[in-house]
Design a protein around this ligand. Structure first.
Ligand SMILES: [Zn+2]
Ligand SMILES: [Zn+2]
Length: 119
C-alpha cells in the first residue's frame, strides 16, 4: 500500500494517537475486539494506548483522527506573529491603539492618495 496521509498529516501506515498524534503507542492485543462489517463478516479492531498522553484508542478512532497537524516550527511562527512591533514599544494600550489606527490610515493613504494632490 502506498503511503497514505492521515487527516492530521501523519503517515497512515504508522499507528498514531488520534488525540495528540504521538507515534509512541503500545498495542494491547488482549483488548482487541471484533466488529461486524457490512458484508456480514467480522473485522478485528486493535486497541492501543498512547504512551505520551495515556489515552486509549482503537483502530476505529484512528480513522477519525483529530490530532493537531504535525508541523515543525508552527510554534515559532506564532511567536514571530506575536512579537510586538518595535513602534509600539513602551506605549500604553491606548497609545498603541491610537498608533495602530494611525498606521492603518497612513497605509490607506499611501495606497489611495497616490493620484491626488498633496494637501
Ligand atoms: Zn492522524
Ligand atoms: Zn496521545
Amino acid at each position: 500500500m502506498d503511503e497514505v496521509l492521515c487527516c492530521c498529516g501523519r503517515p497512515n501506515d504508522r499507528t498514531h494517537c488520534p488525540t495528540c498524534g504521538s507515534f509512541d503507542t503500545a498495542a494491547k492485543p488482549s483488548k482487541a475486539f471484533k466488529v461486524r462489517t457490512d458484508g456480514g463478516g467480522f473485522k478485528k479492531i486493535m486497541m492501543y494506548r498512547c504512551r505520551k498522553c495515556g489515552k486509549d484508542f482503537d483502530d476505529l478512532q484512528i480513522s477519525v483522527c483529530w490530532a493537531p497537524p504535525e508541523r515543525r516550527g508552527s510554534r515559532d511562527v506564532k511567536q514571530i506573529e506575536r512579537t510586538p512591533n518595535p513602534e509600539f514599544e513602551g506605549l500604553s494600550l491606548e497609545e498603541r491603539i491610537a498608533k495602530a489606527k494611525e498606521i492603518l490610515s497612513r497605509d490607506k493613504k499611501d495606497g489611495n492618495d497616490s493620484t491626488t494632490k498633496p494637501s
